[in-house]
Design a binder for this molecule. Structure first.
Ligand SMILES: [Zn+2]
Length: 81
């Protein structure tokens, strides 16, 4: 799994929608090896906690897009291809 794959699954991961054990293992493995995505998850989790405190939980699409763009920029800089 690379960063693109991971980010594609990110919202599902937070929504608890990943029920495939193999896929979940891949997601977690990527998190353990990719600092960029680890930071994204950490940041997203904190942001979601804030959202949850105010209104019924809904993953903010705008946030999702912003995180995706930020991570892809960083990952492209650190990965040769
Ligand atoms: Zn990554």
């Amino acid at each position: 799994m690379n960063c693109t794959d991971f980010l594609a699954k990110l919202t599902d991961y937070f929504d608890g929608q990943i029920i495939d054990a193999e896929l979940l293992a891949e997601v977690k493995e990527h998190l353990g090896t990719c600092h960029h995505c680890e930071v994204v998850v950490d940041t997203t989790r904190k942001t979601i906690d804030v959202y949850r405190g105010h209104q019924p939980y809904e993953f903010p699409e705008e946030l999702s897009e912003r995180l995706r763009a930020a991570v892809m920029t960083r990952c492209k800089a650190s990965v040769s291809k």
